[in-house]
Design a protein around this ligand. Structure first.
Ligand SMILES: [Zn+2]
Length: 152
């Protein structure tokens, strides 16, 4: 077996030939930069990627990320509405925590989560199916987190 073939420790994606999930993330960002119409699902893509790599978040950031996913996927809240809500909250100075990981606060799930779909699948689907695939990805992340009791 090629020692360069392995699975991502966070999302479990199969990563052949030394490819990393970070490479996939940047491929998806590149497609969005190339074709601005794809940016319509940017918020979902960034959210799914981070929810599947919880050590990128602080503990509070992960909790917030789960709330965002519920709002977008289950409640159908628009990005404009979410921006407005967040602005109100940030303006009121109540956000005293940081979204990204710190040495003393790193996001983690109660149990390891087995994902049905990862960034690797969205990359494999190609730029033409990008928007549909990111939406399917967000739905599958939501379903998986609900099944594992991370989202109530
Ligand atoms: Zn990964």
């Amino acid at each position: 077996m090629n020692p360069m073939n392995q699975h991502c420790p966070s999302c479990g994606a199969y990563l052949p030939d030394g490819v990393t999930c970070d490479n996939h993330f940047h491929q998806l960002l590149f497609w969005e930069a190339e074709n601005p119409a794809l940016g319509i699902v940017h918020h979902l893509m960034v959210l799914c990627y981070h929810l599947q790599h919880p050590p990128l978040y602080s503990a509070e950031g992960l909790a917030e990320g789960k709330k965002l996913l519920v709002a977008f996927v289950a409640e159908g809240v628009s990005t404009e509405e979410m921006r407005r809500r967040n602005r109100d909250r940030v303006d009121s100075g109540r956000r005293s925590w940081k979204v990204t990981a710190r040495p003393d606060s790193r996001g983690a799930y109660q149990q390891p989560v087995r994902w049905m779909m990862t960034a690797a699948d969205v990359v494999a689907g190609g730029a033409d199916r990008y928007c549909d695939n990111v939406q399917a990805w967000a739905r599958s992340v939501y379903d998986t987190l609900r099944e594992s009791g991370e989202i109530l």
